[in-house]
Design a protein around this ligand. Structure first.
Ligand SMILES: CCCCCCCCCC(=O)SCCNC(=O)CCNC(=O)[C@H](O)C(C)(C)COP(=O)(O)OP(=O)(O)OC[C@H]1O[C@@H](n2cnc3c(N)ncnc32)[C@H](O)[C@@H]1OP(=O)(O)O
Length: 184
């Protein structure tokens, strides 16, 4: 894909190893927040993505494109597809059990995606360097080895819990994740 230097890992940035005690291969991943627009089951207008990890570092999910996701008639909106990419990438860095946020998201649209399509999403981390994580994702039409419709590359930045305490609602997050240290 067309990827800028900002989303390309620098020399020496190693991809992460599966976290000890992390999800078993093939096991489903829960949402990182129940009201998340991408993965939250309590978000009725969201994408409701459910992900799993085949190996502890890669994440896969299926996104069924519906009528509510249209841009042009019968076709998925590009912003919605970028959201799906952002979400599946966020889920893959979530496997590290450290809080990251999207700093930069680059998206290539290679094929139109019709309403009714099941988009098979996959995301993985290409390297971590200090607070920066470099990630990629793809969305394939109809099958895990189907034609690629969307590709993305991202830079995620690790933040402290104070990021959510200062700008959002850290208590709501921590109420769902008791395995996090709190240092707001
Ligand atoms: C609790 C778990 C929750 C999981 C959530 C996943 C949800 C899905 C993902 C999302 O949608 S997150 C929501 C969308 N993203 C945001 O709201 C982030 C808004 N931006 C910020 O809060 C700050 O800009 C940010 C935390 C990303 C960085 O601010 P900081 O003050 O902490 O760091 P700084 O600006 O010093 O940047 C640190 C490094 O990252 C680099 N950097 C930051 N933003 C960048 C950017 N946009 N592009 C390129 N590089 C960037 C920056 O140049 C610098 O590089 P160096 O260390 O080499 O100097």
């Amino acid at each position: 894909m067309t990827r800028s230097a900002l989303t390309t890992p620098p020399p020496g940035a190693a991809p992460p190893e599966p976290l000890p005690g992390g999800p078993a291969p093939g096991s489903p991943l829960g949402p990182h927040y129940s009201h998340c627009f991408g993965c939250g089951p309590k978000q009725p207008t969201g994408l409701n993505l459910t992900a799993s990890t085949p190996d502890g570092v890669t994440v896969t999910a299926e996104f069924v494109v519906g009528g509510v996701h249209q841009g042009a008639p019968g076709l998925a909106h590009g912003g919605v597809l970028a959201t799906a990419m952002d979400e599946v990438i966020g889920m893959s860095i979530w496997l590290l059990r450290r809080p990251y946020v999207t700093g930069r998201l680059e998206t290539d649209y290679l094929r139109p995606v019709s309403v009714g399509t099941t988009l098979h999403l996959r995301a993985w981390c290409t390297g971590v360097s200090g607070r920066k994580a470099y990630l990629e994702a793809e969305g394939r039409i109809g099958a895990p080895d189907g034609p690629v419709a969307v590709r993305a590359a991202a830079l995620f930045i690790e933040v402290g819990m104070e990021h959510f305490a200062e700008h959002g609602d850290a208590d709501a997050f921590l109420a769902e994740h008791h395995d996090y240290e709190v240092n707001p």
